[in-house]
Design a protein around this ligand. Structure first.
Ligand code: PLP
Length: 362
């Protein structure tokens, strides 16, 4: 068994729709002569996604990081924000950029999402929100988090950067909490090259969000401090071209994930999603017994030109510009986890080869 080509094989590979399909949407942008500022393709993508997820408000953003920042701001979150140490750095940096203080709560080792049993002990009079990540698209314990937030009057923001099309108990994972954000970065299974979105459930907060993403003004009337977080027509065009392929992309990923499951069963530990989840197969994380075993596996793969990634490393409580007590479970998982290559063009032979290298390295 071997790789289909000699090219290096990375953890992901951007899905490119057939060129003529992208050009079809670019032609529309040329015809409208409107390349940004809430143009027709932008409006169409926004409404298509809002309806797809059956949520009351969905706004496109220039990226997932600004989506996080503006969701925090639109909801008036201040002071301390309880958050997860096991996520991409943008989850924490958005809190800091918004002038809030991240308070880390350790994770549940099964899902790798924030452990709701530890949240209440971290709440202080300064706490105003919980910002938790659906890691790998595995849903957080949204019911428990919802109850805690209600009891203590906290806002809940979900970083759903990995959770496009994920459903939990029969509805979009984006239906939970006060806000969810998505990333449409080129590495994600649905993408607009760079981009993102904010889902809100409150009409006032949504109105505020629209102002925030567009400099805080409407024509000559200025309302609040804003920023430029708009998505261009060229980016929205890529989204419209990718969207019809999403089901196929997820099906292919599912097939590869099942093959990995089959070949790695009983050989490696794996984080898992809670029951009731319809997954999007965005990532294939495996958990090795030690940091040394993780290093061994990564080296064996790299020798064959296969580059797995440490998602997520480092545990965010250990960032050099943060002072936080150590979250031991998150640190341990960060040390031992890798995500294996998973994308829509990955061949079965390549999945099998990767799995064999993992097993023999162990
Ligand atoms: C969990 C998580 N949150 C936020 C982001 C930031 O998204 P973006 O790259 O679109 O700014 C990412 C990006 O990979 C992510 O993985």
């Amino acid at each position: 068994m071997s790789k289909v080509s000699n090219a290096p094989l990375y953890v992901t590979r951007t899905f490119l729709p057939p060129r003529e399909e992208y050009l079809h949407w670019l032609d529309k942008a040329y015809a409208s002569h409107n390349l940004t500022n809430n143009g027709p393709i932008h409006r169409e993508l926004e409404e298509t996604l809002r309806a797809r997820f059956d949520v009351p408000h969905l706004r496109l953003m220039s990226n997932g990081t600004l989506a996080l920042q503006l969701a925090i701001r639109a909801l008036g979150v201040k002071g301390q924000v309880i958050t997860t140490p096991f996520s991409y750095v943008a989850t924490t940096s958005a809190i800091l950029w918004e002038g809030c203080e991240p308070v880390f709560v350790d994770i549940d080792p099964t899902t790798c999402c924030i452990d709701p049993n530890l949240i209440e002990a971290a709440i202080t009079p300064d706490t105003t929100a919980i910002l938790a990540t659906h890691v790998y698209g595995f849903p957080c314990d949204v019911e428990a988090i919802g109850l805690i937030a209600k009891k203590h009057g906290l806002k809940v923001i979900y970083d759903a950067a990995h959770a496009f099309d994920v459903e939990y108990k029969g509805k979009s994972i984006l239906s939970y909490g006060d806000a969810s954000i998505l990333s449409f970065h080129a590495t994600k299974l649905f993408h607009t090259v760079e981009g993102g979105a904010v889902v809100l459930h409150d009409a006032e907060a949504d109105k505020k969000l629209c102002l925030l993403r567009s400099f805080g003004h409407i024509y000559d009337e200025h309302f609040c401090l804003g920023i430029n977080a708009k998505m261009s027509e060229v980016h929205a065009a890529m989204g419209m071209a990718v969207l019809p392929h999403v089901e196929q992309i997820i099906m292919h990923r599912k097939k590869s994930a099942k093959l990995y499951d089959h070949m790695l069963e009983d050989k490696v530990e794996r984080p898992t999603a809670p029951e009731g989840t319809a997954l999007n197969y965005g990532y294939y994380p495996i958990l090795l017994g030690s940091g040394q075993a993780r290093e061994q596996v990564m080296t064996a793969l790299a020798t064959e030109g296969i580059f797995a990634r440490r998602y997520f490393f480092p545990s965010l409580d250990s960032l050099p510009y943060i002072s936080s007590p150590a979250c031991q479970i998150s640190r341990s998982i960060s040390d031992r986890v890798i995500c294996l290559p998973l994308y829509s063009e990955l061949a079965d032979e390549e999945v099998a080869l990767i799995a064999r290298i993992v097993v023999s390295a162990l």
